[in-house]
Structures are given as structure tokens and as C-alpha cells.
Ligand binder design. Structure first.
Ligand SMILES: Cc1cc2nc3c(=O)[nH]c(=O)nc-3n(C[C@H](O)[C@H](O)[C@H](O)COP(=O)(O)OP(=O)(O)OC[C@H]3O[C@@H](n4cnc5c(N)ncnc54)[C@H](O)[C@@H]3O)c2cc1C
Length: 397
């Protein structure tokens, strides 16, 4: 691993900022990538400098101090949070060179084609087929809940290549061009009225073999790289103290404080204080995790942040709506049925409340996070897995 002092790295980031004063975000991020300041633990030439991952905090702090954009997950959440680490770990050099830069700049948006109508928590049971035809693969099947598929250029696809093998061993992983013929994307509207996600139907879609990540039949271990990074992306963010969801709650407390002499005041004050403490605990835990971060796929501990942040965000938005009193039962008119991603980060409290219901489902449910933590971190006995070694084709569906 290369070594550069924090001071040098800070200086390099300042140079990037000073030499690119008025460019738009895309041009700035191209420059950031080319100088190795995109993901500093990636190799040189691929957006990094081969440093320790925690050094990224120095770059991001400097960008934030100078009010320059640094929030990767707002640019291309699935691509940067999950696609880039998967490509870096499993793709050929040519594919890395082709895919990483436009993913980081946001010029090419990515989506994740894992869940299916009957394979969500048990995603290894999926049915989408990939059959080899010379130097290409032919894909047939359906995915569901595919966030931002309608804006995506690339999709991370797991498909079944060997139905005779047990479910985890008959899968292969591909990067699929979302503009290829045979792909149909249909919106699914959420409780917020926004269609962030979709159904994706694939009929005889062709993917070149060069876009396969990992060996045929080894798709599960590639998928684990994506899933582990997803949990860290969803739950592992380090934000300044008191910012993010908890800041909306504090603002709501200031503007909608109940009568200070009422019992309601005491109860809600306790709830707000309790949530602030929990938000701070999560922030400090994530800071500690970042300080210990190593190169490679994150371990099952990533589920701690995912579980805690999902449940906390739900509790925070619930408390905000309770603070609004009867007003909290109203949702602003113009229920949008729109196709944007507006509900994410919205300051509208009821929208945030409705959107937060998905936090304990997306990226793996809270029940599944508890299973992972109990089995893989605490070493408790595993639940029954009756179909684990059965050929996939014989599993009753
Ligand atoms: C907003 C949002 C965005 C999403 N984006 C994407 C995306 O971009 N790409 C993608 O591939 N998927 C996406 N998903 C899908 C998500 O990953 C799945 O919804 C999730 O994994 C749960 O699967 P399921 O919906 O099939 O529920 P099921 O797996 O059918 O689960 C139903 C219930 O049973 C519980 N359960 C299931 N198995 C167990 C068990 N072994 N032990 C205890 N309880 C269990 C679950 O916790 C849940 O409460 C998204 C979901 C949401 C809500």
C-alpha cells in the first residue's frame, strides 16, 4: 500500500479545487478521478493512489470545507456504492478502464438487477436464465424493485446458468447494457407516489462474454461483493455531527414544540434526546469502522450500520410526524406520481416518513441483517437450510 501524508493529500485536494474553480460537477469529478482522488485506495490510473481507504476522509473533508461537491452517493448511488467495488474486484482490466470513470462522474448510472418476484431475501433462488451462445449470453427473465433502472446505462445482473447445481453454485454475474434490445422497463410507484424503482423484463437480451464478472457458476461470490458494499453504502456514511435526518427532527422540535407544561412535551423531549444520542452513536460507530477500513470486500459487520441506520431513520421520521400533531396526518397536495428520485433527501417530513418505511427492506431486510449478525458475527447456530444442497431445479416453487 502506498503512503502519502495527510498534509500532502490535503494539498493535492486543494490544488484540484483551485485549478478547477468554475467547472461543472461532471468535469470536476473527471479531474478528481484522473488525479487519483476519487477513491484513494483504488490503484493509480483507476481513480485512486493505492492508499489506505481511511485517507478518503481527508479528501472529502477538504472538499466539504471548500463547499465542493463530495457526496458520491447522490451522484450515482448504486454505481459508486456497489458497482465500482464489484468491477474493481472482479472485472478484467479492459472493463475496469471502460467502466469506472464514467461511473464515478455520474455520466453512466448503474442499477442492481438481483431481486425477482419470488427471490428477494433468498436471492440465490432466482430464476432469470443466462444461456451461452458462442461469445455471447442470452438472457431471459424478470427482475423487480430495480431502483433507477429507467436512468441506467449499466445493470449488475445475476442469472442462473446451471439449474442442475445447488442454488448458490449455478449463478453467473454480468454487467448488462441497459440499452440493449429486449429490455423492457416498467415503473413501480411507491407509497410516496414516486417511481424510484421498476420491473425489468428481459427477452433474448444478448451480453458479450467479456461482460461476465468472475467464472461461470461463481456468480454468488461476486454478488456477495456487491451486497456487502451495499450494506456499507446504505448504513456506513459518516456525516458531520447533528446533520442528516436528525437535523430535520431538531428543526421540527424547534418549530413545533408542544406546550412546555404539558406531559406531551416531556415525552417528546425524551424521544428527541434519545434519538439524537442514537444518531451520534451511529455516527461514531461508522467513524470507527472507517478508521479500521481495509482494502477488499467489507465483512458481515457492515450489517450493523445498515440495520441500525434503517431502524433509526424510521424512528426519527416517525417522531417528526408525531411532533407535527394532527398536521402530521396531512400530506401535501399534488401527490406526484412522478418518475424522479425526489423522495430521497426531501425536506418534506411526511414524504420522508413514508420513504423511510423502505429503509428496513431495501438492501436486505432488518430480519435478514439480524440473521447475518447472529450467525456470522456472534456465531449463533444457523437457521435450517433444507434446500441448500439440492439441485435448484428440484426446489419446490
Ligand atoms: C426502495 C427499495 C429499493 C430496492 N431496490 C432494489 C434494487 O435496486 N435492486 C434489487 O435487486 N432489489 C431492490 N430492492 C429489493 C429488496 O432487496 C428486497 O425487497 C428485499 O431483499 C426483500 O425481499 P422481498 O421483497 O422479496 O421480501 P421477502 O424476501 O419475500 O421477505 C418477506 C418478509 O419475510 C422476512 N423473511 C424472509 N426470509 C427470512 C428469514 N430467513 N428469516 C427471517 N425473516 C425472513 C423478510 O424480512 C420480510 O419481512 C429494493 C427494495 C426497496 C423497498
Amino acid at each position: 500500500m502506498a503512503h502519502i501524508t495527510d498534509e500532502t493529500l490535503r494539498g493535492m485536494t486543494r490544488e484540484l479545487i483551485e485549478e478547477n474553480p468554475e467547472v461543472d460537477i461532471t468535469a470536476f469529478r473527471r479531474e478528481q478521478f484522473d488525479r487519483g482522488l476519487a477513491v484513494v485506495h483504488y490503484p493509480e490510473g483507476l481513480g485512486g493512489l493505492g492508499l489506505n481507504p481511511k485517507a478518503q476522509g481527508v479528501v472529502n473533508d477538504e472538499l466539504r470545507t471548500h463547499s465542493r461537491f463530495y457526496n458520491d452517493l447522490a451522484i450515482n448511488p448504486i454505481g459508486i456504492g456497489m458497482g465500482m467495488p464489484t468491477v474493481l474486484t472482479h472485472a478484467s482490466d479492459d472493463l475496469k478502464k471502460r467502466l469506472l470513470r464514467p461511473c464515478f462522474t455520474g455520466e453512466e448510472i448503474w442499477c442492481q438487477l438481483f431481486s425477482e418476484p419470488s427471490a428477494g431475501s433468498d436471492v440465490a433462488g432466482l430464476s432469470t436464465r443466462a444461456e451461452q451462445d458462442g461469445e455471447e449470453w442470452v438472457i431471459n427473465g424478470q427482475k423487480v424493485w430495480t431502483s433507477v433502472a429507467h436512468r441506467s446505462r449499466w445493470g449488475m445482473l445475476v442469472a442462473r446458468t446451471d439449474p442442475d447445481a445447488p442454488k448458490h453454485r449455478g449463478l453467473t454475474y454480468f454487467v448488462m447494457d441497459m440499452h440493449a434490445p429486449g429490455i423492457e422497463i416498467r415503473p413501480l410507484y411507491q407509497i410516496t407516489g414516486v417511481a424510484e424503482f421498476n420491473e425489468v423484463f428481459m427477452t433474448d437480451v444478448r451480453i458479450p462474454d467479456t461482460h461476465r464478472l468472475g467464472e461461470r457458476g461463481n456468480g454468488w461470490s461476486v454478488a456477495i461483493t456487491t451486497l456487502m458494499n451495499e450494506r456499507v453504502a446504505l448504513g456506513g456514511g459518516v456525516v458531520p455531527r447533528g446533520s442528516g435526518a436528525i437535523s430535520f427532527l431538531l428543526d421540527t422540535w424547534k418549530n413545533h414544540q408542544p406546550d412546555p407544561h404539558s406531559p406531551r412535551h416531556r415525552v417528546l423531549r425524551d424521544r428527541v434526546a434519545d434519538l439524537w444520542i442514537k444518531a451520534e452513536c451511529l455516527r461514531l460507530t461508522n467513524m470507527r469502522a472507517r478508521a479500521n477500513a481495509t482494502v477488499g470486500t467489507p465483512g458481515p459487520e457492515g450489517s450493523v450500520g445498515k440495520l441500525f441506520s434503517a431502524e433509526l431513520n424510521k424512528a426519527i421520521t416517525e417522531c417528526s410526524v408525531d411532533l407535527l400533531g394532527s398536521e402530521g396526518m396531512l400530506h401535501e397536495p399534488g401527490y406526484p406520481l412522478s418518475r424522479s428520485d425526489e423522495s430521497i433527501g426531501s425536506t418534506q417530513l411526511t414524504t420522508n416518513f413514508l420513504r423511510s418505511r423502505a429503509n428496513s427492506i431495501e438492501g436486505g431486510t432488518s430480519e435478514i441483517m439480524r440473521n447475518i449478525l447472529s450467525e456470522r458475527v456472534l456465531g449463533l447456530p444457523k437457521g435450517p437450510e433444507v434446500d441448500k444442497n439440492m439441485p435448484w431445479k428440484d426446489i419446490p416453487r
